[in-house]
Ligand binder design. Structure first.
Ligand code: DGL
Length: 264
């Protein structure tokens, strides 16, 4: 059985490729819901509905384990999917998100300090990062910044225009003593160097933490790992193929990839 990686669109390719580099032996199926992206400004009920459809598709395609690489999906739907959808529909499968690994990595460098996250409007509104930080370490202070303009800039080759937009979003960090900044959105992996040059604190980028956390999860869960096939295959599927998607894939994945359009 395969490892599924789900994202609202193509941004999750940055995380998928970093997982594949770390754990190349497994078989992977990536699904990007490009027909309905962006999720970042939608309601919780809509996001949960879309995630349920994506999970059903990935489990029907023989995924044992699905990583919700999309922060917005993880924030709005992970817990509900684990507690309500899985037990009824696929009790022997697993869904993992990207918030917990990011928070764990942030707390490793700033136990008891002040953390910040920059993310989509929906992720910030959900309060999911804040709740996770409080759950893992109630002593930490937390600051959330919604940055709705970053995803369209990254997707439309607008990184050259990103500096003033980022300076504005990151302004609240200047007035506080921040110990770590979590990049809480798939696309921000692509602009982590620019952000690192603009802030004084350590920056937690999910492409750097999720692969190791997944490897450690697989070590701790042999009952899941023993079901995973090791053929080294990869399949990249999307719900819509827009003209010129190749450039975006190359930017987000760091390499050209063949995408297949599917109905979910
Ligand atoms: N993939 C989403 C995330 O990580 C960003 C794009 C979207 O808004 O759907 O939050």
């Amino acid at each position: 059985m395969k490892i599924g990686v789900f994202d609202s669109g193509l941004g999750g390719l940055a995380i998928a490729q970093s997982i594949i580099r770390r754990l190349p032996e497994f078989d992977y199926l990536y699904l990007g819901d490009t027909k309905r992206v962006p999720y970042g400004n939608r309601s919780q009920s809509t996001i949960h509905e879309f995630v349920g459809e994506a999970l059903s598709y990935l489990f029907d395609q023989d995924c044992q384990l699905v990583i919700l690489a999309c922060n917005t999906a993880s924030a709005e739907s992970l817990r509900k999917s684990q507690q309500e959808y899985l037990p009824v529909n696929y009790p022997d499968r697993r869904v993992l998100g990207v918030l917990i690994p990011a928070v764990e990595a942030a707390l490793e460098i700033s136990e008891g300090g002040t953390l910040a996250v920059i993310a989509t409007a929906s992720t910030v509104e959900s309060g999911a990062y804040e709740k996770e930080v409080q759950r893992q370490s109630p002593l930490n202070h937390f600051l959330s910044i919604a940055a709705p303009l970053l995803v369209p800039l990254v997707e439309n080759d607008g990184v050259k225009y990103i500096q003033p937009v980022l300076a504005d979003y990151l302004q609240p960090l200047n007035d506080r003593n921040i110990d770590g900044l979590i990049l809480g959105c798939t696309h921000y992996c692509l602009i982590k160097q620019v952000i690192r040059e603009m802030v004084a604190c350590p920056v937690i980028s999910q492409d750097e933490v999720v692969p190791d956390k997944l490897a450690s999860y697989l070590d701790r869960h042999p009952e899941i790992t023993c079901r995973l096939s090791r053929g080294g295959t990869r399949s990249y599927r999307v719900t819509d193929l827009s003209p010129g998607y190749e450039d975006m894939v190359r930017r987000l994945a760091g390499e050209p990839l063949e995408l297949q359009r599917v109905e979910i």
